[in-house]
Design a protein around this ligand. Structure first.
Ligand code: TRP
Length: 875
């Protein structure tokens, strides 16, 4: 340690004595090559400055095998040259002022950083040591003390210089480095700035994007800390708010072609660019060359007022309508005069300035005494003094700090024991910034986040004007931070829309596209029974059980209630048919006196009555189901059929066996016992688990079916199984009796009727099972009507035939079953009537013996009558 200290001390000593005898111990590694301004002679304090007066360093040949040479700079930048002049102007002004540092003349050392980190580091080391052949950590010579460094242009340069200056707690006041990384007091303890932190700007841009509803944006960032941090902060904020990034490019000279391609192909119409104008211009040139139009650019403070767009009509289609954020603008009184009064040939930089100006002029115009006011050059444009003003403020901030230091009252100072520092011999860390004054106030090293929102508007002759269309104030309440006058904005063509997918209308929902950002989605229509009533719904909502979606799928509407109503055509038809049949039954009952009473009157009536019941019960199936109608219809049907079938079974089919006009009482008892059993079963059913009306919401989506629930499947099965049993018995008996002769050949007719009955009910099963809703009821009614009508017709049609066609035979006498014998031989009188159509032969044979009584059969057939005559003649 001690040896090192000794050596360094020695080295410093050497340098201090102009390297007289030290060449043996210290050797020079490289000589820095810096350009700039310097005036330290007879000055009390020196302020440092660093400006990117050139745009880049001249590329070296890459040869690392020889002594390194500090590169030259190229690409003179008029704009930053004006910034430099602002610093000189401010120092001049302060030196002239009586109220600020009255006894102190400020000197300055200003270096050109050439927009390059290495040059900025060279400058910083040179400034700190006072030598361009510097020994780090030492400052040799007896020059005035250094106060602060104003600089160093771009953020990455400031980061580099602030790391070195931070080692010595050397104050640095930046006028343009906005990167949020510089806010860290831990890394950059003495870094301050007179320009807002980019945190505010990223937030402001995010707010603007959200304000205009753009959800699909592209970003381009400079390949430096400024671009990367700025875009990162911006992205974080917009992505949180649901905006998607279409593309994200980093500007580097080799990638220009690819970036242009990306911009051309991208569907995003909004492009946010975090870059300085210097870095961006190659891309803009290429986009212009490829005639890319119809994009809206969002500019940051570093290029929003860049003048390369000036006077070029082509830029209109590409950059017209650009919106951007600019730091506060101010006028600096006397500054324009100062710029105009600049002496042409005093120093190399000024000379280069004039050379560059003249190069851009038509031949012969550069005479050396030009009227600079006439030159249309960025340097002389004082309409947008923004960063320039920031430079001016930075110099003033340092001056104020020095003023305070100079006027410190002993015993009230900021240092140990309230000491003060000496203006002629102080350490840089003793320069106390932050400093409060009405103009400059550093809040933790930053100034407030205030921006003007600027819109690029082109006139027809290609002149650009930067129109202020709003403000952003980062320290206001969140809702008041930004105000934009939408109407003052002139867009490139129409107000841009930048979305990946258009909004999903109500009735649809967003469907994600695999592998694409969330802003790109498909709109999927809601399924039936589901709705979405907002646009951009993520999910469709299921309607309630009683509701269903409307056609547009944007509202739930009550389901249609379905039942077989009396009023609808089907209902009316059934009602009509049922009533028609009823009338028929009643007609038969009333009109067909003797005919109907053939066999057994009571039996006929009970059969007819049971049919009345079944026809009537079919009517109960119609209309809106109620608990009572459900009970009535089912029970009436069960009893009606039981009654009907038991009548058929125990009455009609047995009749041929017994010669009886009046049926034995036992038969009646039989019928009633069957009916009674069924009645009991129905009663139990009604008491225990009665049928009731229900709303069936599950059978059909869009409808609520009002239907009858059987209450208990077991009961209904039992009850109708009983009916089936009776039907089977009736059929079997009828089948057995079909060959027996009787008055109307009833055995056959009933067999046929029962067959119809079975066919109807067997075909009912699949028909019933394959329908839904009211058609189920319709099938039921149809089956009831058809089966009842089948029975009615088969049993009574032959009788009716007589009734209608041969009314003369409808007499008591004709109907008396004299012909019946105990042994069951068919000699019955009325048999011949009934079988007019079917059993002709049987009829004829019976007529042989009972001639006189069958006059009415005479005309049945020709054959008959001839036979009859023959018979009659015999008597
Ligand atoms: N804000 C930029 C940064 O932090 C620097 C900057 C601001 C700038 N305005 C500029 C650079 C204009 C070039 C030109 O890096």
């Amino acid at each position: 340690m001690e040896i090192r200290h000794f050596l360094l001390g020695l080295c410093a000593f050497c340098l201090f004595h102009r390297r007289a005898s030290a060449e043996s111990t210290c050797n020079l590694k490289a000589k820095f090559n810096l350009s700039g301004y310097k005036d330290v002679e007879k000055k009390k304090v020196v302020i440092g400055g660093m400006f990117p007066i050139h745009k880049r360093i001249a590329s070296n040949d890459g040869n690392t095998l020889r002594l390194p040479v500090s590169s030259d700079c190229e690409g003179f930048n008029f704009r930053t040259f004006r910034w430099t002049q602002a610093m000189l102007f401010a120092i001049n002004e302060i030196n002239k002022r009586e109220d600020l540092l009255p006894n102190t003349d400020l000197g300055y050392v200003i270096y050109d950083s050439c927009f390059t980190i290495s040059k900025a580091v060279e400058g910083t080391l040179t400034y700190l040591t006072g030598q361009d052949e510097a020994v780090p950590n030492y400052r040799c010579g007896d020059g005035p003390p250094l106060a602060a460094l104003v600089g160093a242009g771009g953020s990455d340069l400031s980061i580099a210089t602030a790391r070195i200056l931070g080692l010595y707690h050397f104050p640095q006041v930046s006028y343009s480095s906005t990167c949020s990384a510089l806010e860290s007091k831990f890394q950059f303890p003495t870094f301050l700035r007179t320009i807002p932190n980019d945190k505010h700007q990223s937030t402001a841009i995010a707010k603007m994007v959200l304000h205009f509803g753009w959800t699909w944006v592209g970003t381009i960032a400079a390949d430096d800390d400024y671009g990367k941090y700025g875009i990162k902060d911006f992205k974080e904020q917009v992505e949180e708010a649901g905006v998607c990034i279409s593309f994200s490019e980093t500007l580097s000279p080799e990638d220009i072609q690819r970036i242009v391609q990306t911009v051309v192909e991208a569907t995003a119409k909004i492009i946010v660019v975090f870059s300085s104008d210097v870095d961006l211009s190659p891309l803009i040139t290429e986009l212009l060359r490829q005639n890319v139009t119809n994009r809206t650019w969002i500019a940051t403070e570093a290029w929003v007022t860049s003048l390369w767009a000036k006077g070029c009509t082509l830029t209109d289609s590409l950059l017209g309508g650009t919106l951007g954020f600019a730091v506060k603008r101010a006028s600096i009184p006397g500054f324009q005069r100062y710029l105009l009064d600049m002496d042409p040939y005093t120093d190399p930089l000024t000379e280069e300035f004039w050379e560059t100006v003249c190069l851009g002029l038509p031949d012969g115009l550069c005479t050396g005494c030009e009227s600079v006011a006439k030159l249309n050059n960025t340097y002389f444009d004082v309409s947008q003094l923004r960063i320039t003003y920031s430079v001016y403020k930075a110099v003033y901030a340092v001056a104020h700090a020095l003023h305070n230091l100079e006027h410190c009252k002993e015993g009230q100072g900021p240092f140990n024991g309230k000491d003060c520092a000496d203006i002629t011999d102080f350490e840089p860390w003793q320069v106390s910034l932050p400093h409060t004054d009405e103009e400059i106030y550093f809040d933790k090293g930053d100034v407030e986040g205030f921006y003007e929102i600027i819109n690029w508007q082109f006139s027809s002759n290609g002149e650009i004007s930067y129109v202020i269309v709003g403000h952003y104030n980062g320290s206001a309440a969140p809702e008041d931070r930004m105000n934009i006058l939408n109407d003052s904005i002139v867009w490139n063509s129409e107000p841009p829309r930048s979305v990946c997918s258009e909004n999903c209308q109500p009735g649809t929902r967003k469907g994600i596209r695999q592998g694409e950002p969330v802003c790109c989605f498909d709109c999927i229509p809601c399924a039936d029974g589901e709705i979405s009533n907002t646009s951009n719904a993520r999910e469709c909502i299921l309607c309630g059980v009683d509701d269903w979606s409307n056609d547009a799928h944007d509202a739930c509407v009550p389901k249609i209630i379905e039942f077989l109503a009396f009023g609808e055509p089907l209902g009316i038809t059934f009602l009509f048919i049922a009533l028609l049949f009823l009338f028929k039954v009643v007609f038969i009952m009333n009109v067909g006196t003797p005919l109907v009473k053939a066999n057994d009157a009571l039996l006929s009536f009970s059969l007819l009555f049971s049919l009345v019941v079944t026809f009537l019960c079919s009517i109960f199936f119609l209309g809106q189901p109620q608990n009572w109608s459900c009970m009535t219809s089912q029970v009436a049907l069960a009893l009606g059929f039981a009654f009907c079938l038991s009548s058929i079974m125990s009455g009609y089919t047995l009749l041929p066996h017994c010669v009886c006009y009046e049926m034995p009482l036992s038969t009646h008892l039989n019928i009633f016992s069957f009916l009674y059993t069924q009645g009991i079963a129905c009663g139990v059913w009604l008491i225990m688990l009665p049928p009731h009306s229900i709303k069936n919401t599950s059978a059909k989506n869009i409808k609520i079916i009002l239907e009858c629930d059987e209450g208990s499947v077991v009961f209904i099965c039992c009850i109708f199984s009983y009916d089936i049993l009776l039907a089977l018995l009736a059929f079997i008996f009828a089948f057995i009796a079909r060959k027996l002769e009787d008055n109307f050949s009833e055995g056959k007719c009933i067999t046929f009727g029962m067959l119809v009955f079975f066919i109807v009910w067997i075909s009912f099963v699949p028909a019933y099972l394959s329908t839904r809703g009211k058609f189920m009821v319709a099938v039921q009614i149809f089956a009831i009507l058809a089966s009842s009508f089948g029975l009615l017709t088969c049993i009574f049609l032959p009788k009716c035939y007589i009734l209608l066609v041969k009314p003369e035979c409808n007499t008591e006498e004709m109907m008396r079953p004299h012909a019946k014998t105990r042994d069951g031989t068919a000699t019955g009188t009325s048999a011949s009537l009934a079988t007019a159509a079917t059993e002709v032969n049987a009829t004829i044979s019976s007529m042989h013996s009972r001639r006189g009584r069958y006059l009415c059969t005479k005309n049945l057939t020709f054959k008959h009558s001839s036979l009859v005559h023959t018979e009659q003649d015999k008597f």
